[in-house]
Structure formats: structure tokens, C-alpha cells
Design a protein around this ligand. Structure first.
Ligand code: NDP
Ligand code: MG
Length: 393
């Protein structure tokens, strides 16, 4: 029986993963090791009971009592806090879903690699902050990482049986987000509610806002570079409002292989769950005659400064990815809290990176995870200073 753990089980990706596990036989077909969540302890307990998990972990100590109460009589262990999350990752599983949001997802995914798990990686922040460390850890333990981000799953699928040496370029698409058609001068006034609705995908709030600002695509460009080992100047971003073509791979002979599908993460999750086989999945089938036409355009650099910042981060290398992600998370928190405007998020990230570069801390090579965690902490402090200066508080 395949042993499975799901980190971030109560989120958008986690819930879809649990649904797929249940549709493929649930507790009869899989040995569920650990399920983890955050504040939604009721849902976590229901998932753990339904799948007969060994342990359920909440990220927050103050949620432990609620989780214990919700699991009463089930015989399922309950635990809380970042150390408990990491310990849950130490329990051997054959397949592990990494779907915690943000840098908090790095350590559990990394730790799971040590027992040779197949890591289904939705948490893009892991590759952005610590790509080389993650890949080296996987290689060391014979673990495999399968991308779950839809673009990267699409690239991975287009590359089956291909030689990376023949790859000329990789193109990832972006819907353009909630404000694609807004006049530029209105963007500064965009509210959190407006930024939290995506034209095509239903996702967690943070990634939805990151889609409107294109910080999500900026992270994905770095994720592409890290995962596929391709030069930054061979990675392109293409605005594609319909979100049906997820990625394209261009080869030396001029062929361009595209991955198409409905905007439904159950495809990429299900592909990773069943890889290298393909299983029947409950996603809509595209009717291209009905769709009629697909449209594409180049991203406007003025509208999406995050894409330029991603290029600068890749050029700097080392700890710049960890700094970029942490500054982005701090700027996003400040936007959600009403402390900075929508367009200010990019300015906060840029100012933070400039300060850190001035202190000489950015291009330092990645030695180990502690380096990354320390840069994450420092960048949040610097971003906090930048935000305080801007918001006058
Ligand atoms: P959600 O916000 O919907 O869910 C996040 C999950 O992480 C929840 O289980 C949440 O618990 C938990 N969590 C929140 N904070 C912490 C923390 N500090 N420590 C541990 N766990 C925590 O996110 P998504 O599912 O949208 O995204 C998850 C990851 O997948 C992200 O990295 C995202 O970029 C990536 N991704 C998502 C896609 C999507 O379609 N949603 C597409 C491609 C990639 P709780 O809710 O109980 O508080
Ligand atoms: Mg994506």
C-alpha cells in the first residue's frame, strides 16, 4: 500500500489532493501518514478521520486544543507547531504533497526528501528560495521531485522522452490576472477584494493576489530556471487570457510542444499522483471547436515590474531568491493589511533588495538551509523597515 502525506491539506491544493486520494480509493488504497493544516482544524480533523491518517498537525500551537477536541476518540495523533511539521515530514511516506503556502513550506518538503519520497511540489517558494539545495538533497537520497504548479507540470509533460540539450526555450503563460485590462492609473487604487478574484483559476487568496501583480509569474520564472536548469534568457512569459495553454517547450528543430488543459489543478495534482502512469481524472475535457480561438500577447513591463525583478534576482543568484520571496511575502502581508497600495508592493520588494544588496548579503552562495532561513528572516526585517517608512508608521 502506498504511504502518503499531505502538507497543507486544508488549502486549495490540499483539498483537491484529498479529493483525488478519495476518488482513487481513499483509506482502502493509501496508507495516510500525516495530514497538516493551519487554522482550519475542523477541516483537518474531518480529512484525517475520513482517510484514517496516523497524525494530524496544525502549524499553530494555539490551535492544538481545538485539533485535539476535533479528533477526540479517533485514535489519531495530534501535534502542533513548525517542529511538529518537520517531524511529520520525517515519517517515511512514498508520496508527499508539499502544498503549504509561502516559505513555511520549505522545511517540511526538504525533510521529506531524506527518506526518498516522491515529492509532489506545489510550494513554488521551495525552489525559489532554495532550489539547488532541494535538488541536491533529492539526488542524495534518490528522491524524486514532481512539479505540481500547472505550468511546470505542463513543461515536464512536454519533455517526456526529450533531451534537455535540444530545448531552445521554455514559455510559461500568464492570464494577466484580475487587472489585465485596467487602465494603469487605476492600479494604485486596487483593493484587496478586487485583487483576490482571479479571472480563470480558483486558488488561495495569496497566490490570487500574486497573479494580479504577476509576482506569481515572477516566482514561476525562477522556479522554471531552478527545476529545469535552463538559462534565464531562454525562459519567456506570454500573456494568455484564456488560461488553457499552460506552457510551451521550443526545441532546436523549431517544434513547439504545448500543454493544454482546463484551468483545474486536479490535472497537475493527479498527474503527479499517478506518474509515470496516467489515470482517468475528473477534469473537464476541452472542446476546442467550441472555444474557437486562443489569444496571446507580450507582457507589458510597466504594468508588471515583478517580471523584471525576477530577472535581476536570477542574475544575482545565491540567496537573492530567498530575499525576493520573503520581501514579496512581507509586501503582500502589508497590502492585505491595508498598509501599502497594490502597485507599492513591487516598490517595497525592489527597495528591500537594494538595501540587502547594499549590505552585501544577496549573491552569497547557498550553503545550507540555515542560510536560507536566516536570509528569509533578515529580508522580512528589511522589508518591514521599508514598509514602515512608506506607510509613515
Ligand atoms: P492556501 O492558502 O489555499 O492553503 C495553504 C495551506 O497551508 C493551508 O493548508 C494552510 O492552513 C496552510 N498554512 C498556512 N500558513 C501556514 C504556515 N505558516 N505553516 C504551515 N502551514 C500553513 O494555498 P494554496 O493551496 O493556494 O497554495 C499552496 C501552495 O501551492 C502555494 O505555494 C502556491 O503558490 C502553490 N500553488 C497553488 C496553486 C493553486 O491553484 N492554488 C497553483 C499552483 C501552485 P489553513 O488554511 O488551515 O490555515
Ligand atoms: Mg502556476
Amino acid at each position: 500500500m502506498r504511504r502518503v502525506s499531505v502538507f497543507g491539506a486544508t488549502g486549495s491544493i490540499g483539498v483537491a489532493t484529498i479529493e483525488l486520494l478519495q476518488s482513487q480509493g481513499g483509506a482502502e488504497a493509501f496508507g495516510i501518514v500525516a495530514l497538516t493544516g493551519g487554522r482550519n482544524t475542523d477541516l483537518l480533523a474531518r480529512q484525517a478521520r475520513a482517510l484514517r491518517a496516523e497524525v494530524a498537525v496544525t502549524a499553530h500551537e494555539e490551535c492544538l486544543e481545538d485539533l485535539r477536541a476535533a479528533l477526540a476518540g479517533s485514535g489519531i495523533e495530534a501535534a502542533a507547531g513548525p517542529a511538529a511539521l518537520a517531524e511529520a515530514a520525517d515519517r517515511p511516506a512514498d508520496w508527499t504533497m508539499s502544498a503549504i503556502v509561502g516559505a513555511a513550506g520549505l522545511v517540511p518538503g526538504f525533510r521529506a526528501l531524506a527518506h526518498g519520497t516522491t515529492l509532489a511540489l506545489a510550494n513554488k517558494e521551495s525552489l525559489v528560495t532554495a532550489g539547488p539545495l532541494l535538488l541536491a538533497e533529492a539526488a542524495k537520497h534518490g528522491a524524486r521531485i514532481l512539479p505540481v504548479d500547472s505550468e511546470h507540470s505542463g513543461i515536464f509533460q512536454a519533455l517526456v522522452g526529450e533531451d534537455m540539450a535540444a530545448v531552445e526555450r521554455i514559455v510559461i503563460t500568464a492570464s494577466g490576472g484580475a487587472f489585465r485590462d485596467w487602465p494603469m492609473e487605476r492600479l494604485a487604487q486596487a483593493t484587496v477584494a478586487e485583487a483576490s478574484t482571479h479571472p480563470n483559476w480558483a486558488m488561495g487568496q495569496r497566490i490570487t493576489i500574486d497573479s494580479a501583480s504577476m509576482f506569481n509569474k515572477a516566482l514561476e520564472v525562477i522556479e522554471t530556471r531552478e527545476f529545469f536548469g535552463i538559462d534565464p534568457d531562454r525562459i519567456e512569459v506570454l500573456v494568455h487570457p484564456e488560461s488553457l495553454v499552460h506552457a510551451l517547450v521550443g526545441f532546436a528543430d523549431g517544434a513547439l510542444m504545448a500543454h493544454l488543459g482546463p484551468p483545474d489543478m486536479r490535472h497537475a495534482i493527479g498527474y503527479a499522483l499517478n506518474w509515470p502512469a496516467r489515470a482517468q481524472l475528473p477534469v473537464a475535457r476541452l472542446d476546442l471547436a467550441q472555444i474557437g480561438r486562443l489569444s496571446f500577447s507580450a507582457p507589458d513591463p510597466e504594468r508588471y515590474p515583478a517580471l523584471r525583478l525576477a530577472r535581476e534576482v536570477m542574475a544575482a543568484g545565491g540567496l537573492a531568491g530567498a530575499a525576493f520571496n520573503a520581501a514579496k511575502e512581507a509586501a503582500l502581508d502589508a497590502f492585505i493589511a491595508g498598509r501599502v497600495g497594490f502597485t507599492e508592493m513591487a516598490a517595497v520588494v525592489e527597495d528591500t533588495l537594494e538595501r540587502l544588496a547594499g549590505e552585501g548579503g544577496l549573491g552569497i552562495p547557498l550553503a545550507d538551509l540555515d542560510n536560507v532561513v536566516e536570509m528569509d528572516r533578515l529580508a522580512r526585517i528589511r522589508a518591514g523597515e521599508v514598509i514602515a517608512a512608506r506607510s509613515g508608521r
